[in-house]
Write a protein that binds this ligand. Structure first.
Ligand SMILES: C[S@@+](CC[C@H](N)C(=O)[O-])C[C@H]1O[C@@H](n2cnc3c(N)ncnc32)[C@H](O)[C@@H]1O
Length: 305
């Protein structure tokens, strides 16, 4: 598999710098995708180091790197704690997560992630899971659809869009991305039509894949398996995800035995994660020009105390 056609890695240098790779360290790439970040991490490890690459999509596994220093794990990253126990790994030196979907998902005309292709309303990254976008559109109550569009798509017209979907589905089954786009598009401002349609699709995809829940669980497990001084590097593509990561870093694992000055004088507990990025790192204009998908990326880097 040729990595650039699968997915161009975003903020590659910034991620690698953030991981502060030790040649003999143990690293996790929780979102392998086309393996762009993984290849760069591997190139910095010697024979004592190891990289575990996770992806819940089998397509990523099909082209995975063959290397003695690399293990591909076909799993949701929610389960990293279990997997590390399985591999007898007691602690890791760095964890990278580049959240969301890959270009491969958006470009694949059959998986239903994009309104650019007419396809069944699916959107599952893991094709063995049961919930699809079709189930949401056809079966969820109107209020719940509206909440999903508002929360995960940040769409101001979420109630109107949900009402139109529900009205339409009583007359005709909504089976494809093309049908859904056709139902929703007339409600959107023409100038923003493509952007807002992308948000509708993003919102459904987040619900289908339980992305927020997985992110919360992953942050907890990742923090507990990091060695002291280990790095957590997380790249997000929309503001809700970024807020979750930012707030988690601020408050991670409030330490009960905390005797730091902040804690003693101000009663302010210290997070076990030290925020190294002090605000999110964003891609350069040059990178955005080469790879427009990177436009909304935000990178946060933390170190375990
Ligand atoms: C943005 S892409 C990563 C691209 C990768 N960094 C590269 O350079 O090619 C995100 C990948 O993570 C996977 N993914 C998203 N959420 C996941 C989860 N909860 N568990 C495991 N894999 C996940 C997706 O299937 C997708 O392949």
């Amino acid at each position: 598999m040729d990595c650039p056609t699968y997915h161009i890695p975003v903020m590659l240098n910034e991620c690698i710098e953030g991981l502060n790779i030790k040649p003999d360290g143990i690293y996790l790439d929780l979102t392998y995708g086309g393996g762009g970040h993984s290849m760069e991490i591997l190139s910095r490890l010697d024979d004592r180091g190891h990289l575990y690459g996770f992806d819940q999509d089998k397509d990523a596994m099909d082209g995975a790197i063959q290397d003695d220093k690399f293990t591909f794990v076909h799993s949701n990253f929610r389960f990293i704690g279990n997997w590390m126990r399985y591999y007898n790994v007691e602690g890791v030196d760095g964890i990278l997560a580049d959240l969301g979907v890959s270009s491969h998902h958006l470009d694949d005309g059959e998986r239903g992630f994009s309104f650019r292709h007419d396809a069944p309303l699916d959107m599952r990254m893991n094709r063995k899971s049961s919930l699809t976008a079709y189930n949401i559109v056809m079966e969820y109550p109107e209020d719940r659809i509206a909440d999903i569009l508002y929360l995960y798509g940040e769409l101001r017209h979420s109630r109107r869009i949900a009402a139109k979907i529900v009205k339409h589905r009583t007359k005709e089954e909504i089976k494809t991305t093309g049908q859904l786009a056709g139902i929703v598009a007339p409600l959107l401002n023409r100038e923003r039509e493509k952007k807002d349609l992308a948000r509708v699709f993003q919102a459904l995809r987040i619900e289908v894949n339980g992305e927020m829940k997985a992110l919360g669980e992953m942050l907890e497990s990742a923090t507990s398996i990091l060695n002291q001084g280990g790095r957590l590097v997380i790249m997000t593509y929309h503001s809700l995800e970024d807020r979750i990561v930012k707030n988690y870093i601020k408050k991670a694992g409030h330490n009960k035995d905390d005797n730091s000055t902040d804690s003693l004088i101000f009663g302010k507990p210290t997070s076990i994660l030290k925020d190294l990025s002090k605000g999110a790192v964003i891609p350069s204009e040059e990178e955005i020009n080469i790879n427009p998908r990177s436009r909304s990326a935000k990178l946060r880097i933390a170190e375990k105390r």
